[in-house]
Design a protein around this ligand. Sequence first.
Ligand code: SF4
Ligand code: SF4
Length: 354
Amino acid sequence: MNIRLDPSACVRYSSKLSQCRKCEEICGFEAIKCEDFKISIFQERCVLCAACVGVCPTEAIEMKNFSIKDFFFDFIKEEESKIGCKYNFVCLSALNVEYLISLALIKDIVLDLGHCENCELDEKVKKQIESNIKEANFILQKISKKEIKSEKLLLQKEKKTDRRDFFKAFSLKNAQNLAKEKEEELKYLKNPTVSIDAAQSAKKREKIIPNKRKILYSVLKRAKKPNEYDRIESNKISFVSSKEIDESCDNCSICYRICPSGALSSNIKESVIYFDDMLCLKCHLCHDVCEKDSIKISPFFDTKEFFNPSQKVLKQFEVIRCNECGNFFTYLEGEKICRRCKIEEEEAKNLWGF
Ligand code: SF4
Ligand code: SF4
């Protein structure tokens, strides 16, 4: 089994209105299928290029044998500056823009694109690698003097035979792990559709910030601040956004309840909608679920947010007690009764004629 999907992190499992299918779109082998609000993974077709891992905004997909977070922490300790798919990493498409910026702010890095030319992977994966490097360099240039270099080095990993690896292959623990893996693989082959269990559904209610964002956030905290901040056009940045809410919003609350990272939030009375740019994953879920299309991406993202993240008030509401039931509700105009009492009143009128 090559990749794993955590349905509690995937936005499609939050709402059938979610339009996210980034993983399916990048896969050149039809190994991922997004249907309704579920995802099927055809493990037998997956070649482990890891492009889906790189594009998933919420880190819902991970590789079985490779952790990008672990690579990051090992790599920053080493003197090595080169990263290559046949050297010390998997396909470079797994290194998304946030990881690229974080690495470049810590040390000089050179990406080896030498193997891309003759790689049998889909053209869109190669384009994704180029686009990630371009975007990371564009942002780096706005906030620092750093730059990611890419060269055609054709680096290869040295083959070493390690006695410990040899004996490990025959250990009882390894045999047990292999058996467990085979069992999971068979389960996937029989039913490629990933379902969500009760524990994962409960986890869905938690606001989770992916590792890539936590890493970027802590790297930026330690990085030298630029003398001046700049603005970036929203269509030039793929992983965060600034938001606005227009007059049509009636505080239905779905956006801040469903936002996976807590970028959108409210207070205990639900009288405010707050937004924190640096927590936004640009997963688009809040837009997909907003019936009135009230929430919009602002035209620009301010680079000051990278260094001094702030919580903005997007909208404020008057919250009062309903004259009928006494519960709090968002008062917009007219009679001081809540939506539920209003519906009940209208139903009573239709039924009894008063
Ligand atoms: S959130 Fe990730 S796993 Fe879910 S549909 Fe989007 S890209 Fe795929
Ligand atoms: S604010 Fe919207 S786009 Fe950003 S993480 Fe929350 S749901 Fe996704």
